[in-house]
Design a protein around this ligand. Sequence first.
Ligand SMILES: Nc1ncnc2c1ncn2[C@@H]1O[C@H](COP(=O)(O)OP(=O)(O)OP(=O)(O)O)[C@@H](O)[C@H]1O
Ligand SMILES: [Mg+2]
Length: 149
Amino acid sequence: MENVSKNLVDLAALQAEAVRFVDTLAPAEASATLVTLSGELGAGKTSFTQGVASALGISEAVTSPTFVLEKIYELPEDASHGFKRLVHIDAYRLESGRSLPPLGFDELMQDKHNLILLEWPEQVADGLPTVRTRITLEVADTGRNISYA
Ligand SMILES: Nc1ncnc2c1ncn2[C@@H]1O[C@H](COP(=O)(O)OP(=O)(O)OP(=O)(O)O)[C@@H](O)[C@H]1O
Ligand SMILES: [Mg+2]
């Protein structure tokens, strides 16, 4: 994917970018699709996830999993992208990759119908399998900058 930074002038632009991004995804052959979201507190990681959730047809409110660590949303069955579940994890409060298995992370990774969005991947870097896309959000003079790797 492109590795340039793109400016997102406001929240609406950030969520429109999330909709565009989710359109580029499809389930892999064997395992879940893991996307990481990096950036400082308030950079927009949860906001981006909300845009993804809305694009996937999730109607319930998607709130930050900072305290519950992990939330799993079932997707509408008629979805065309091929995913069945959105998993939203916030690793901010985790101390190492050893904290992931107790969340059922390994099993979640084994289901190719799972799309997993993980905030604060740096906290659990030693426990992460292959990442499909690494997203970085940065506060800019106007709005946010986003980059993909
Ligand atoms: N492009 C943008 N321009 C200006 N403000 C934005 C933009 N995108 C998001 N915001 C605002 O920035 C804040 C981002 O909060 P959010 O909870 O998404 O951050 P986060 O990266 O998940 O933080 P945390 O690390 O605490 O989980 C929200 O108040 C949102 O309205
Ligand atoms: Mg967040």
